[in-house]
Write a protein that binds this ligand. Structure first.
Ligand SMILES: [Zn+2]
Length: 144
């Protein structure tokens, strides 16, 4: 393939633009990784339950509501009640963890796309040596 045809030049230009775009995206993706703020690999949700005390309002159907965080630690799922006033902080840690995972996944996708684009560009630029005997320009045959 050669890049001397107009259609190929346009395609090559598109590929170049894709590469510029993907390279730019990487910068934004690694940004959350520079932070040293704590993260929690878990989920925050509201737990509704009965406490078991006889005569409590929960026995009549008014369940107790508590915000909890469930986190996976060494393969086991642990549940912890979030103390009053700490909900926003815990939610932030959980959100930051999810963000790290999101950018990690996207980064893999971006690299995969970049390699695809780079391979296509390389293939378009590749020049093959003329096969011996078929070259009539006098430039290729070493036997003269
Ligand atoms: Zn109760």
């Amino acid at each position: 393939m050669s890049i001397q045809f107009q259609a190929d030049r346009e395609k090559f230009s598109q590929l170049r633009k894709s590469l510029v775009h993907l390279t730019g995206e990487i910068k934004g993706l690694v940004k959350p990784c520079f932070s040293d703020r704590p993260v929690i690999k878990g989920t925050v949700y509201e737990l509704k339950r009965k406490c078991g005390k006889p005569g409590c309002r929960c026995a009549r159907g008014e369940l107790h509501h508590r915000m909890v965080v469930s986190a996976s630690e060494r393969g086991k799922t642990r549940l912890q009640v979030i103390a009053h006033g700490f909900l926003v902080e815990v939610q932030g840690k959980v959100r930051r963890y999810q963000e790290l995972r999101r950018v990690r996944a996207r980064l893999g996708e971006v690299y995969r796309q970049m390699l695809q684009v780079m391979d296509e560009m390389e293939a378009m630029r590749r020049e093959e040596l003329p096969s011996p005997g078929k070259d009539r320009n006098g430039s290729g045959d070493l036997r003269g």
